[in-house]
Write a protein that binds this ligand. Structure first.
Ligand code: ZN
Length: 376
């Protein structure tokens, strides 16, 4: 891995820590704001409960004094009734007295209603007072915590800023500017490449780009997200670790007389690693070539007289590995100029199985030879 990439990886860790700390520091006053708002709400509720209790008290007094007034009126009417001359006058006074008595009953009912309410009001005031006390204690603790965390965060931030400044100094200026621009907008300036994909934006890399990144001798940016790409061989699935499907563990032997035959060639001229597919049909053989890594078709389909073994002997060299695989012609036409990755994966996986089998045979032979020589 390039030294600048290694430094950028450390810088990215520092940058992300710094961002996290800054966000945490900015978040704390907001959290306190939310609690304080709730506290203000509880205070307002308590005030309301107290004001309602006060209003009840005032109403009760008002009703009581109304009753006193009415009682005064009644005794006055009674006194007057002693002096009346006519029956009409007496009836009128009696009516007034009855009316006042009715009013007294109404006010007595109102007082009773207030008295019933008082109990509920007292409960509400007490609850609001308890709530306020608890919340006040809690906010004091939260504030204290926030102050402590902020102080800790700020110390950490200063430490990371120091580290960051040191790391930046060792990195090429243009590369650093590029990294920082992408970091600012995307939250990360570097992306690992795995399975030929940029893990930052999940876009597939072109085979050439992938190889350059893998070789680790040159700085490469992702075409689609602009992140600086790097390859970590430790994260590449090793052939032994790849879990093969159960049916693939014992590799089926490709049939010699199959109408369709797939081969792998590691050394196909300029194209390098390729996959070849031959088809025999009505005395004619056809050949199609695909790039081993991208699955793209290379050149046109070629047709020749006879079966493929007779027609294309130059392709079937010692390095050619026969692979399992058969797809209907219609399906293959749907692929167009690039085979689907699932097909490519199946062929890759069969090739690994073939190579493992091949390796095992060699090992068995050599072990046998060692035993023989030890015995003789
Ligand atoms: Zn990308």
């Amino acid at each position: 891995m390039l030294a600048d990439i290694e430094k950028l990886l450390q810088l990215q860790v520092a940058d992300q820590e710094i961002r996290k700390l800054q966000e945490e520091i900015a978040e704390l006053p907001k959290r306190i704001g939310v609690i304080e708002q709730k506290l203000a709400g509880t205070k307002a509720q308590l005030e309301k409960a107290r004001a309602a209790a006060k209003a009840d008290e005032a109403n009760k007094k008002k009703y009581e004094s109304t009753i006193q007034d009415l009682q005064g009126k009644i005794s006055k009417y009674r006194d007057q009734s002693l002096d009346v001359k006519t029956n009409e006058q007496y009836k009128a006074l009696l009516h007034e007295i009855q009316f006042a008595e009715q009013e007294i009953r109404i006010n007595e009912d109102r007082i009773l209603e207030v008295m019933v309410n008082v109990e509920a009001r007292e409960k509400a005031v007490k609850a609001a007072e308890t709530e306020l006390k608890a919340e006040t204690a809690r906010i004091e603790k939260e504030k204290e915590d926030a102050r402590r965390v902020t102080a800790e965060d700020q110390a950490k931030l200063a430490e990371w800023n120091g580290k960051r400044d040191g790391l930046r100094q060792g990195i090429d200026g243009d590369l650093l500017r590029h990294y920082e621009r992408v970091m600012k907008f995307r939250g990360s300036g570097l992306a690992e490449v795995r399975d030929q994909k940029c893990m930052g934006c999940q876009v597939m890399l072109r085979p050439q780009t992938y190889n350059v990144v893998r070789n680790g001798e040159q700085i490469v940016f992702c075409d689609s997200c602009q992140r600086v790409l790097y390859f970590n061989p430790e994260n590449e699935p090793k052939p032994e670790q790849v879990v093969e499907p159960v049916h693939a563990r014992r590799r089926a032997r490709p049939k010699a007389d199959a109408p369709q035959a797939w081969f792998y060639r590691p050394d196909y001229g300029e194209a390098g690693e390729v996959l070849l597919v031959f088809t025999n049909e009505n005395g004619t053989a056809s050949r199609c070539i695909y790039d081993m890594h991208s699955g793209r078709q290379l050149g046109d389909v070629l047709n020749r007289e006879g079966n493929y073994r007779q027609a294309f002997p130059e392709d079937l060299t010692e390095t050619a590995v026969r692979l399992n695989g058969h797809w209907e012609e219609e399906e293959m036409q749907e692929w167009g100029s690039e085979m689907p990755s699932s097909i490519l994966d199946a062929l890759h996986s069969d090739l690994r199985a073939a190579q493992r089998e091949h390796g095992k045979v060699h090992k068995d032979v050599s072990t046998g030879a060692t035993e023989q020589s030890a015995a003789s």
